[in-house]
Design a protein around this ligand. Structure first.
Ligand SMILES: Cc1ncc(COP(=O)(O)O)c(C=O)c1O
Length: 416
């Protein structure tokens, strides 16, 4: 059964929105995806029927408690976590990482080391740099390989020492799209007794996450990148989350995950988060899947992935056929499974801003700039004020849209 892309598109109302009669082509997905009607409905339903705060002895408050609990359970299922106690939900991946980094590094000593890869988005860099400054920790960088675009286990092993306390590791790059072999890298880090904090923000929209199989200690993602509301989620191993000092008010619960979720949560978005997980289950069924909820989610990813990989190959081939275009990332069709469908490129003469502006003017939404992939951009010696053009595909895009964007890039280059 082929991927039912047109049926998928019908579930996302914003895909049908037109600007003065013109269709929109959403290829800005790595910065945020569109959401299915069911997510919009769940958020609206919360405000219409359940809006309250937690812990009261009345209907709306009891519903609110149930919604918050269910969202944590659904995310535990989605990430393959052992329990909902391991799932901390907050404003964004970046804000959660700043918050948790303070707890994680609380007992680190001056001279202890944090290893950060050059593949990271700033969300998995800034928090560690700040805490390192405060506590006198050393930051050690590990580069990615220019041929594979991935961090090599042997390069990580080389920078580890008996002072390494934590490794900040990118799962999939928001610039090059390359996917790291996190399982092997986590094993290498653990041999040095270091904790592993994985940024799965760009992986989660495209591949099933299984935190237990990965063997990392923390894993962060953002639901607005996988068809949900603007929120961040961090999974942490229960033993660690229990031991860590939580920064919270005195009368806030000491139970997990509440001890790391001080303040009033965005309840309406938690309702939307459960609807997001339900969307993956529905997509699994639409793609012919059966079995448990987790089986359906896995089948949704498998079906979408095949569709996305075919479009990725079409996009890369189309861009590479244009004179003067350099794609930054894996281009070998045999290795398409080692990347997510985020394709960044530059042209020898026409600047990213000019190309993105030309495309935007035709209703084709793409990003330009460094996109907070500041370290990868610096590692590749790209002009930071220019960056790249980034085309990011998602499950609801079509081969026709890929043809359109390639043609539009060709025209922008010819006219630039
Ligand atoms: C790889 C990666 N990590 C982290 C982030 C930051 O996520 P958030 O906006 O939830 O803080 C992003 C956002 O684009 C990202 O692409």
């Amino acid at each position: 059964m082929g991927f039912p892309v047109m049926r998928v598109r019908e579930r996302f109302p914003s895909l049908a929105v037109r600007d003065e009669g013109r269709e929109r082509v959403y290829l800005d997905n790595p910065a945020g995806t569109q959401v299915p009607q069911t997510v919009v409905g769940a958020i609206g339903d919360y405000f219409l029927n359940h809006s309250s705060n937690s812990g009261g002895m009345f209907a709306t408050s009891q519903a609110t408690d149930r919604i918050a609990e269910t969202a944590h359970e659904d995310m535990a299922l989605f990430l393959g976590a052992a329990s909902a106690r391991e799932v901390v939900i907050g404003q964004s991946m970046t804000s959660l990482t700043f918050h948790l980094s303070r707890s994680i590094c609380r007992d680190f000593q001056p001279g202890d080391e944090i290893v950060i890869t050059r593949m990271e988005h700033e969300g998995n860099v800034g928090p560690w740099l700040e805490v390192a400054k405060e506590k006198g920790l050393r930051i050690i960088w590990v580069d990615f390989d220019r041929e594979t675009w991935q961090v090599r286990p042997e390069d990580l092993a080389e920078v580890l020492s008996d002072r390494t306390r934590l490794v900040a590791l990118n799962y999939a790059s928001n610039m090059t799209g390359a996917i790291n072999d996190v399982r092997t890298l986590a094993e290498v880090a653990h041999e040095a007794d270091a904790l592993v904090y994985v940024d799965a923000v760009q992986l989660a929209p495209h591949h099933l996450v299984d935190v237990q199989e990965l063997g990392c200690d923390f894993l962060a993602c953002s639901s607005y990148k996988f068809f949900g509301p603007h929120m961040g989620i961090v999974w942490g191993r229960e033993t660690l989350l229990t031991e860590l000092h939580p920064y919270k008010g005195r009368c806030v619960t000491d139970e997990l995950p509440g001890r790391f979720e001080a303040g009033t949560p965005q309840y309406e978005l938690l309702a939307g988060l459960s609807a997001t997980v339900a969307w993956f289950e529905e997509l699994g069924r639409m793609s012919g899947g059966t079995g448990s909820r987790r089986d359906l989610i896995a089948q949704a990813y498998a079906a979408a992935r095949e569709h996305e990989e075919a479009m990725t190959l079409q996009l890369i081939a189309g861009l590479q056929a244009l004179d003067g275009v350099t794609v930054y990332g894996i281009t070998d069709p045999a290795r398409v499974g080692e990347r997510v469908p985020t394709v960044s490129f530059r042209h020898a003469r026409v600047k990213p801003l000019e190309i993105a502006t030309a495309l935007g003017g035709q209703g084709i939404f793409v990003w330009h700039g460094h996109n907070y992939a500041w370290e990868p951009a610096r590692a590749l010696e790209l002009p930071l004020d220019e960056g790249v053009v980034r085309i990011g595909l998602a499950q609801y895009n079509t081969t026709e849209e890929v043809t359109r964007v390639v043609d539009a890039v060709a025209a922008a280059i010819a006219g630039g």
